[in-house]
Write a protein that binds this ligand. Structure first.
Ligand SMILES: [Zn+2]
Length: 452
């Protein structure tokens, strides 16, 4: 699978994380289902926006400054993803390292009469590609509306798009049959996907905002050049909105991940929960209430995993056909276009079922299944987070444990003396004063957990 990666000219935002996470889950689930996956995600490191930023910073040395900017923001992007424990794609090619492949592809398009060179630029002639518009299913009028800002008089048709751009003075540029210049954005992805995955490959992904014109143009260029179908499946993820509105710096409603009210030690995991709660193809509407709810949901699972650690390991495995059914329901949800909200619902049902059963064998079995699924597919509950727990939280947790264990011992003694009133009082006091809940399991053991 090929995924359109970032243009590295600004700080990474929540949309970058959503994109990386969506495709990470898809990759993980395909692997889990037995497929062999090669994932390629490119980096656009030369582009109008990067050059514009370089021009503002250091107009006298555009070439050097463009490199500085793209490497600075690429590093920030990678740092951001690593806080989420998101794995690297198998290949992460940079546009500037694949210029020769792009030139070859453009030469083929000119030879096949799908492209024309004019004044040092090369354009793709949209009218020659009869299937143009088949992905976004737009009418010519709508497409014209989408490109109306671009009024370049060298073009035969406003919809024609640049494959190669003549270099302006001082800009980064490469030699080509049409003079010094640089590639257009769309041709980058065609050249790199064909190079690493072949002329036809399985999945092409990206944000919904890339469907037109970027992906439409990728199809046109690639299929015109190779004469073969390009990607078999297109997967577009939705954008992130805030309280129902588009999030944008110019609307003053922009929020960065680091500003979100999340638990200090588990920020990344809780944010992932927020992402999972919306189907990848839908817009994710961020509201504070939504976030609070997902944080609470995350805590329920974490609490459960901590809680079952108190159950001794040498218990014979549970014989319960419901566990198999839960697993099937989870994979059914994921098989249905990676329906993560439904898969999460199944996980909640499993949690509920385990808690209700009070059967240590069932609890252990469900905890294992939940952890397996959430680790392998969602990259959650990796336990890496726990290392980050700060001293005061660690001390607090230890006190809680001592308090709970002492109460369990005292309650047991009271019960043995048939003093049920005291036993009950101990349980109630613990709950009211310290929000610690005692659970009597089948078989006689009592364990505790923090009441959420
Ligand atoms: Zn792309």
């Amino acid at each position: 699978m090929y995924v359109c990666g970032p243009t590295v000219y600004d700080e990474p935002h929540m949309g970058h994380v959503r994109s990386a996470y969506v495709f990470e889950i898809i990759r993980n689930y395909l692997k889990y289902s037995g497929y062999k996956v090669i994932m390629v995600r490119n980096v656009t490191d030369v582009d109008d926006k990067i050059i514009q930023k370089a021009y503002e910073a250091n107009p006298m040395n555009l070439i050097e400054e463009t490199k500085n900017i793209s490497s600075k923001y690429f590093d920030l992007y990678k740092d951001e993803l690593s806080t989420f424990n998101l794995e690297c794609p198998d290949r992460e090619p940079f546009a500037t390292q694949n210029i020769e492949e792009m030139i070859q592809l453009i030469k083929t398009l000119i030879k096949k009469c799908f492209a024309y060179a004019v004044g040092g630029d090369v354009y793709f002639e949209v009218n020659k590609f009869l299937d143009y518009g088949k992905l976004s299913k737009q009418k010519i009028d709508q497409m014209l509306e989408g490109v109306r800002k671009d009024t370049n008089e060298n073009k035969k048709n406003p919809l024609d798009f640049a494959l190669w751009k003549n270099a302006k003075e001082g800009e980064p540029s490469w030699p080509s049959p049409w003079g010094m210049g640089r590639p257009g954005w769309h041709i980058e992805c065609s050249a790199m996907s064909i190079k690493y995955l072949g002329e036809t490959f399985d999945i092409h992904g990206g944000g919904l905002d890339l469907k037109f014109p970027h992906h439409e143009n990728e199809i046109a260029q690639s299929e015109a050049a190779t004469g073969k179908p390009f990607a078999k499946y297109w997967i577009h993820h939705g954008m992130i909105t805030r309280d129902g509105h588009k999030m944008s710096k110019s609307f003053h409603n922009y929020i960065m991940y680091r500003e979100l009210p999340l638990d200090r030690n588990n920020r990344a995991e809780q944010f992932k929960f927020l992402l999972l709660g919306t189907h990848y193809a839908a817009p994710l509407d961020y509201t504070e209430e939504r976030l609070k709810m997902e944080v609470q949901n995350w805590r329920r699972f974490k609490n459960f995993f901590d809680f079952v650690k108190q159950i001794d390991g040498d218990i014979s495995p549970a014989v319960d056909s419901n566990i198999k059914k839960f697993k099937q329901a989870f994979t059914d949800a994921m098989d249905d276009d990676f329906n993560t909200p439904l898969a999460l619902t199944v996980m909640h049902e499993m949690l509920h079922y385990a808690n209700k059963s009070k059967d240590p064998a069932i609890m252990l079995e469900i905890a294992k299944l939940l952890k397996d699924l959430s680790r392998q597919i969602f990259g959650l509950f990796l336990d890496k987070q726990e290392e980050l727990v700060d001293i005061s939280t660690a001390v607090e947790k230890e006190c809680q444990k001592i308090r709970a264990e002492e109460a369990i011992r005292n309650r047991k003694t009271a019960k043995e003396a048939k003093d049920y009133q005291t036993a009950d009082l101990i349980r109630k006091k613990l709950l009211d004063e310290y929000q610690i809940e005692l659970i009597d399991l089948k078989g006689g053991k009592t364990i505790w957990r923090e009441k959420l």
